[in-house]
Design a protein around this ligand. Structure first.
Ligand code: URA
Length: 215
């Protein structure tokens, strides 16, 4: 039995630290369903295993050309098992629709799949442990564009050299694909309807829609 994923044996047992065990197992998943089954049994992060009620694997409508990547599930996501269904999610849906994007056609994932206690920012080790799941999800989806929401998701793809203000709103070609970074909807909620993060998020989602409309 693997120390990190319940019910799995084989090379995953020998791999250590947990990030390597997850990456090995995730890379062996051929389909979204296989990956979702395995990820739901992940026990790589002891604090998150204690605090979660479910693993929020993500939404992946067939043929999604756009992947949104947030930080980690919050309380409502943890209860429902779906990403971005709370206050942030409702604002995100509104701004997607306003940009002409249909949430039903967009894949929605998180850097970390389990709710951190008290909604704290996921620790570096937790982000590393979950990285294999996200890499494989992106490999299975083969979308045209990844749009990151908030700083941890941006740093996951673009590193720490750029600020979000400097990186946002334009395409970065990186190993994972074409990445456009923008603010997290929770920042838009925090600064209010007339705050800069909401305007930037709105503008960036319009840019995303324009990029997807290009032949
Ligand atoms: N915030 C996130 O980053 N992800 C969610 O799924 C919900 C809120």
């Amino acid at each position: 039995m693997s120390d990190y994923i319940d019910g799995f044996s084989g090379p995953f047992r020998a791999a250590s630290p947990p990030a390597e065990a997850v990456a090995l197992l995730a890379a062996s998943c051929r389909t979204w369903g296989e990956l979702a089954d395995a990820a739901r049994r992940c026990t790589a992060c002891p604090d998150l295993v204690r605090s979660r009620s479910t693993v929020v694997v993500g939404d992946a409508p067939r043929g999604s050309r756009l992947v949104l990547v947030g930080e980690a599930p919050g309380a409502e996501e943890d209860l429902s098992g779906r990403p971005f269904v709370g206050r942030s999610g409702r604002l995100l849906d509104e701004l997607l629709a306003e940009a002409g994007l249909d949430r039903g056609e967009v894949a929605v994932l998180n850097v970390v799949k389990c709710r951190p206690p008290g909604n704290r920012t996921p620790r570096a080790a937790e982000q590393a442990n979950c990285s294999g799941w996200l890499d494989r999800q992106l490999g299975i989806l083969e979308a045209d564009l990844i749009c990151t929401l908030g700083l941890p998701a941006m740093q996951r793809f673009l590193g720490r050299a750029l600020s979000l203000a400097a990186a946002r709103g334009r395409v970065h070609d990186v190993a994972a694909g074409r990445v456009l970074a923008t603010y997290h909807p929770s920042a838009a909620l925090r600064f209010g309807p007339r705050g800069a993060p909401r305007a930037a998020l709105q503008e960036d989602l319009r840019t995303v829609a324009a990029l997807l409309a290009q032949p």
